[in-house]
Design a binder for this molecule. Sequence first.
Ligand SMILES: C[S@@+](CC[C@H](N)C(=O)[O-])C[C@H]1O[C@@H](n2cnc3c(N)ncnc32)[C@H](O)[C@@H]1O
Length: 197
Amino acid sequence: MHPGEVDSWETDYRTGNMPWDCHGVPSALVEYISHAAGPGRVLIPGCGSGYEVHAFHERGWQVLAVDVTPAAVARARTLLGDLADKVVLADFFSHDFGGRRFDLIYERAFLCSMPPTRWTAYARHAAELLTSEGKLVGFFLYGHEDEPPPYPLTDEAALAVLARNFTRLADEPVTDSLPVFAGRERWQVWQKKGGAN
Ligand SMILES: C[S@@+](CC[C@H](N)C(=O)[O-])C[C@H]1O[C@@H](n2cnc3c(N)ncnc32)[C@H](O)[C@@H]1O
């Protein structure tokens, strides 16, 4: 990460400047978890407040959530109470996951928080961390932004970046987005391609 990036996130969490924070579990995820095959192992990178940890856990999933910002991790741990140990202070890109592979990686507002120059590394690393049948699921931001961040995808960018390692199985509009994402969020399920890493 660039120097100062964590400081900037830290300030946002400390001052409550979190327009992306949904203060709960998004309904499309609730719906997905209720029907998803599993449970298995799920990774939540850039978890922020980590509301989803509880949602996965109560359905029997083994959850690991990581965030690079101390104030985010502190907030998530406080909110999660008994599940606090599911949240680790770590950089998604450099953390040693100890060779563990995940059945699911849950994405929300993490990919769009980083500039396009990092998207290929994100997709490659996500594929590396998934089992051969693993899926990358969640909320993806598409469209245009005059003053990023957030950095929305375009269909062309998604094909260039994600479709190298994944096949898209689902793509649905999201109707209950927060104002900062309204009309631009899509619920998507990406299956890891055979042999991708
Ligand atoms: C826009 S917030 C979204 C948080 C959360 N996913 C949500 O939906 O509320 C992006 C989060 O990614 C975290 N982050 C940024 N770069 C990271 C990295 N390399 N590894 C882990 N977390 C990172 C930030 O600290 C921040 O909490």
